[in-house]
Write a protein that binds this ligand. Structure first.
Ligand code: PRT
Ligand code: ZN
Length: 304
């Protein structure tokens, strides 16, 4: 019998990402911002890691959890919905998960929603008793139905789920929704959410017992640094000394600011690394509280 690939000592990490689709570009950009660079193979299915021994495998997103389970790759960037469906289906067969979500990555956001015909008056999950639900996520849908104590028929469709009610294949759907435009175009209305999804870094449940362990730690450390800084901005402004306590209260997501005296004793210059989104509204609130010369700068990297 062929040993599982995980038991073979390896000194390079392999990350599976979507070859083409919603998650492929942001996944590459995120990994590149962790300092990874690659040489692409001619068939464009494999990218050889140049800056670090971390290679990419370019595949269909649905294949990623299986490739992780087989030890063909060590990490994967995949929708929480896809990973959740795979693990729920394993659970139905009495199998433990072999891969798990390690980090939420902040892109590819969507919801897995139950949507019903617009004409329905929604009264709650019990209304689905005895109905047919079309979905590409049968295990997650069944899991939810069980939790709600509802018995319904799950109709598995691999695509075009939203037209199933119009075609008479199902009464309602359980599908991914982002803007909601697809549902509206099909006279459907979302009524309840089974899962909030986004792209995640999926990785093994077990730890590596070879040089990949150190590489994995390095990758996660860099990823955490990048994710933490994603919304971070360096905020610079001046303010009268007596306005500073109120201004600092308006920056609960900031690191302790650097404060310099600029103009006699009365004007201070502040510099603060803020981790939340720096919206126009926040800047206007700071201005109203006495801040002057507000400057918001992007932050590329930190190391502490
Ligand atoms: O070829 P491959 O199998 O790799 O690609 P794919 O076609 O299966 O995947 P892709 O690229 O469509 O989606 C990859 C992942 O993106 C999904 O698994 C989700 O995690 C995430 N994602 C985010 C979405 C959406 N938003 C999304 N809106 N995936 C699909 N949709 C579809 C949805 O199924 C529906 O048909 O978009 C339509 C709804 O969009 P709205 O904006 O009209 O609501
Ligand atoms: Zn897919």
């Amino acid at each position: 019998m062929r040993p599982p690939a995980t038991s073979v000592a390896r000194d390079r990490l392999r990350i599976a990402i979507q070859k083409s689709g919603r998650l492929s570009e942001p996944a590459r950009a995120l990994l590149a911002s962790c300092g990874l660079s690659w040489r692409e193979s001619r068939d464009k299915l494999f990218c050889y890691g140049e800056s670090l021994p971390v290679d990419l495998l370019l595949v269909r997103d649905d294949d990623i959890p299986g490739l992780l389970a087989d030890g063909v790759c060590d990490f994967g960037v995949v929708g929480r919905n896809v990973l959740g469906e795979y693990n729920a289906e394993r659970g139905d067969r009495g199998l433990d998960p072999v891969s798990r979500e390690m980090r939420g990555l902040g892109f590819g956001g969507c919801r897995l929603d139950i949507a019903v015909p617009e004409a329905w008056e929604w009264e709650g999950p019990a209304q689905l008793q005895g109905r047919r639900i079309a979905t590409s996520y049968p295990a997650l849908t069944q899991q939810w139905l069980r939790a709600e104590g509802v018995e319904a028929t799950v109709v598995m469709l691999s695509g075009s789920v939203e037209i199933a009610p119009r075609l008479g294949q199902a009464d309602v759907v359980c599908d991914l929704v982002s803007s909601g435009a697809t549902l509206t175009a099909n006279q459907l209305r979302p009524v309840t959410t089974l899962m909030q999804s986004e792209a995640v870094l999926a990785g093994p449940v077990a730890t590596f017992a070879d040089p990949r362990a150190e590489l994995a730690q390095l990758l996660l450390r860099r990823l955490d640094g990048v994710l933490r800084l994603r919304d971070s901005r360096l905020l610079l402004f001046q303010a009268p000394r007596d306005a500073v306590p109120a201004l600092i209260k308006l920056l609960p997501d900031a690191e302790p600011p650097t404060i310099l005296q600029v103009d006699g004793a009365d004007t201070l210059a502040l510099q603060a690394l803020c981790h939340g989104a720096m919206t126009w509204q926040r800047l206007e609130d700071l201005k109203s509280a006495g801040a002057r010369g507000l400057l918001v700068l992007p932050v590329e990297r930190t190391l502490s």
